[in-house]
Every structure is written in structure tokens, then in C-alpha cells.
Write a protein that binds this ligand. Structure first.
Ligand code: GLY
Ligand code: MN
Ligand code: MN
Length: 439
């Protein structure tokens, strides 16, 4: 299971069709330090990986469709026996050329010398300014050098374009091979959630559940968590990115688990919320039913031709109707929605694209108030919630929240593929009906 070299080549060809006489530059992720000389586990940059399948740091990929000899060029770390003893195998120049389909491969320390040759006949550069300012400077100073010699040469890039708008529309639509990887990532994520359910009980600590989840991720061949696992009991469920996972769970509390596995660099992202002791309190059940209803109705909006915001708008409307019925909001529904008076209860959006990145590449809006249209092959999360923090402060004109509701945080999140007919919930193997959430 994976992406073969033909597909990587096809992706590069599609990008090159879009960049005309430009040259595109993509950099691998840098290694990053955890503390002293200990590094974080390396995680490749998703754009770089999407185009190359090359999983090493300190590399640069160049696409130069106008170049007569070399259209795809790689710069890589050279072989170095001593360094490889410490940090692992490197393909090196020769093997990288053989395996990754590049027309030319150079050692990375020749970048400044060789790259101008692939830029001087381009009319523009495509490059995404990254967080590493020093590499941005390298590209900008090479460009500056080319501009200085432009009058004599009469050719050269006269503009720098962000590569995201040309590359990310390709990443947004998943190929059959990508979908297979997403199916695997979401299946492992689902298995881990189902296993976690059977371990959660009063007296256990949140980290014990985290351990069961992440144990399953690796045991099933996943790379590990796609993002820091959230295992949030009691009022911790109202903290959106709670990751301490250190509390002992009590009876009559909720447990919110937001965890997903990364497989072959593709990611699952699932949230379930259930009662630790197996039975919802009446208030918990009421809010759970409301969030579930919002989620199901939002998922029903996922179909080709609908726009991205219809999913969020549907979820918000259902949630606001429910909060009105419960007296947690008062007023006129259209105004409550327009003025976002629900935000103390629901402060995030209803989902995001999902793929190589957890919050995946691709725009949500294609212009002012022009929302992305849903198309088959897109994958997104649908994850409404209600969070009634113990410290909740309603907006002006809204009632104080009675004590009995406080400390309830519920989110339900699934990963949804847009299909020709409508949608497919990739994470349907994790139960979510009220009866299934109770023991
Ligand atoms: N767990 C990250 C998210 O749901 O967006
Ligand atoms: Mn999510
Ligand atoms: Mn999530």
C-alpha cells in the first residue's frame, strides 16, 4: 500500500502544466531540536513529500518545465558513512537519482551554485515563504542576483509567486491510492477509539486511555498520533486542545477523546464523547443528542455541488435551535446566528480538509464570500460541539448558564469523503448513537 513513482511523476507533470515558464522550488522539512542535541522525530514537509515521496531532511526539489534537459531536479544530503551511523541511512546522490525519477540530482551544498541555472530562463519563481527565514533569504538573494544580471541576459524571473495556489488544489482531491491510505489511517484510528472505550472507567487516568489508543496506532502499523491525543474527562472536555491527559476520571463524568492515527503520512481525526461510568446524566444526554443531531445534519450537507460553508451553517443552525429550546440562549434565531451569540458554547468551525496534513491543504474560500464547492475526492472532518465551561460567560443580553449544565463538553467528529453520490463516512466503524455510547 502506498504511492508509486508513476503517481509522483504524474503529480509533478500536473503541477508543471500549471506553472508554464516558471520554476517551482520546494524544500524538505528541517530537522528540529527537542532539547539540547536531541531531535524531534523527523516529519517530512507535506508539499515536498506529495511531489517527491522523498523522506529525508535537508533536501530541495525544483521543477523547471521550460528547462531543456532537466525538468525535475533534486538536491539531497550526500552519502556520509560517519553521519549515517548516527542519524540513519541516506539515499545519497546516485541512488536518489535512480529511485526518485529526477533528471538531475546534486548534493545539497551545491544549491547556491546550481539553482540559478534553473531560474535564469524562468519568467517567475514559485516558492512558499516558510518559517525558516534563512532559507527564505537564500532564495531571495539568488533572485536578487538574477535580477542584477537580468539586463545583460534579457531573461529571468520577474516575480515571486506563492506555490500554494498552484499546488494545493491538486492535494485537495485525493487519488485512489491516497484514498487507500486514508482508509487505512481512519480504520486504525477507529480501532483505537473502539478499544479505548472498553478501557475507560471511573478511577482510571486519562493517560491510561491515551496509552491504549497510541499503543493501537503503532501495533496496527501506523506512524503514531497524527496530532497530540486529547483525552479530556469532566470539565477538561471544555478545553478544545487539552493534552495534559493527567486526570483521574470519575463516575458521572464525560470523557472526550479526540485522537487520530497517521499512516503513510495520511491522517485520521476522530472525536467521540461518552459517559465514563456508562450512563449519561439527563443534562449530558440532552447536549449529546443535540450535538449528534447537528453532526448528522451537517454530514447530510456533504455532497458535490454544495458549498463548504453549508456544512458549518447547518450545524450552527441546529445547535442554536437546541440552545434556544433549552433556554441557554434567548432571542430570535436569525439574529443569534448573525451576531454569533452562540460562540461561548461553540467557538470553532465545523471541520477542515483532511489528508497529508491534519488541517490539510486547500482553500475554504475562493474569493470574498465565494465558498469552495464540494467535489468528489475531497475529504473533510465534520466536528460540531457544545462546550459549557464551568467559567462560561454568555454574551450581553443572554442568560447566565445554570450550574447543572456547567462542565459538559461534547464534540463528535468524523472523517467524510465526498463521493459522486454524496458522501461516505470513513470513520463509521466508531459508534456514536446515544444507546451505543451508554453501556
Ligand atoms: N484534533 C484536531 C482537530 O480536530 O482539528
Ligand atoms: Mn478535526
Ligand atoms: Mn480532532
Amino acid at each position: 500500500m502506498g504511492i508509486d513513482q508513476t503517481e509522483y511523476r504524474h503529480r509533478r507533470e500536473r503541477l508543471m502544466e500549471k506553472i508554464g515558464n516558471g520554476t517551482a522550488i520546494f524544500r524538505s522539512a528541517p530537522t528540529s531540536v527537542m532539547h539540547n542535541d536531541v531531535e524531534y522525530v523527523f516529519r517530512q514537509d507535506s508539499d515536498f513529500f506529495y511531489l517527491t515521496g522523498f523522506n529525508e531532511a535537508e533536501a530541495v526539489a525544483v521543477l523547471a518545465p521550460h528547462h531543456l534537459e532537466h525538468r525535475f531536479i533534486l538536491f539531497v544530503q550526500p552519502k556520509d558513512q560517519e553521519k549515517e551511523t548516527w542519524t540513519g541511512y541516506r539515499f545519497g546522490v546516485e541512488v536518489a537519482k535512480e529511485l526518485f525519477g529526477a533528471d538531475a540530482v546534486y548534493p545539497i551544498n551545491e544549491l547556491k551554485e546550481k539553482l540559478p541555472g534553473y531560474l535564469e530562463k524562468a519568467d517567475r519563481i514559485y516558492y512558499h515563504l516558510g518559517r525558516d527565514r534563512s532559507f527564505n533569504d537564500t532564495i531571495l538573494s539568488l533572485w536578487q542576483g538574477l535580477m542584477a544580471t537580468y539586463p545583460k541576459r534579457g531573461t529571468g524571473p520577474i516575480a515571486l509567486y506563492d506555490s500554494n495556489p498552484v499546488l494545493h488544489p491538486l492535494r485537495l482531491i485525493k487519488s485512489p491510492a491516497e484514498l487507500e491510505l486514508m482508509r487505512k489511517a481512519t480504520a486504525i484510528s477507529a480501532t483505537a477509539h473502539n478499544r479505548a472505550r472498553s478501557f475507560a472507567q471511573p478511577g482510571r487516568y486519562e493517560y491510561e486511555i491515551q496509552a491504549e489508543i497510541e499503543h493501537t496506532f503503532r501495533l496496527e502499523g501506523g506512524m503514531g498520533p497524527a496530532y497530540p491525543s486529547i483525552v479530556a474527562s469532566g470539565a477538561n472536555s471544555c478545553i478544545l486542545h487539552y493534552t495534559e491527559n493527567g486526570r483521574q476520571m470519575q463516575d458521572h463524568e464525560l470523557l472526550l477523546i479526540d485522537a487520530g492515527c497517521s499512516y503513510g503520512y495520511y491522517n485520521g481525526d476522530i472525536t467521540r464523547t461518552f459517559p465514563v461510568g456508562g450512563k449519561f446524566t439527563p443534562e449530558q444526554k440532552t447536549i449529546y443528542e443535540l450535538v449528534l443531531s447537528a453532526q448528522l445534519k451537517a454530514i447530510a450537507q456533504v455532497k458535490p455541488g454544495n458549498t463548504y460553508n453549508q456544512i458549518h451553517d447547518r450545524a450552527v443552525r441546529v445547535l442554536v435551535e437546541g440552545l434556544l429550546d433549552l433556554g441557554l440562549l434567548v432571542g430570535e434565531i436569525e439574529e443569534l446566528i448573525k451576531e454569533e451569540k452562540y460562540k461561548p458554547f461553540y467557538m470553532h468551525r465545523t471541520g477542515h480538509w483532511l489528508g497529508l496534513d491534519v488541517h490539510d491543504a486547500g482553500v475554504y474560500k475562493c474569493g470574498e464570500e465565494v465558498w469552495q464547492t464540494l467535489q468528489p475526492g475531497q475529504i473533510l472532518t465534520v466536528e460540531p460541539g457544545i462546550y459549557i465551561s464551568p467559567y462560561i460567560k454568555p454574551v450581553e443580553g443572554q442568560p447566565e448558564v445554570p450550574e447543572k449544565w456547567r462542565g459538559i463538553g461534547i464534540r463528535i467528529e468524523d472523517d467524510v469523503l465526498v463521493t459522486v453520490e454524496g458522501n461516505e463516512v470513513l470513520t463509521a466503524a466508531v459508534p456514536k448513537s446515544v444507546t451505543e455510547m451508554e453501556l
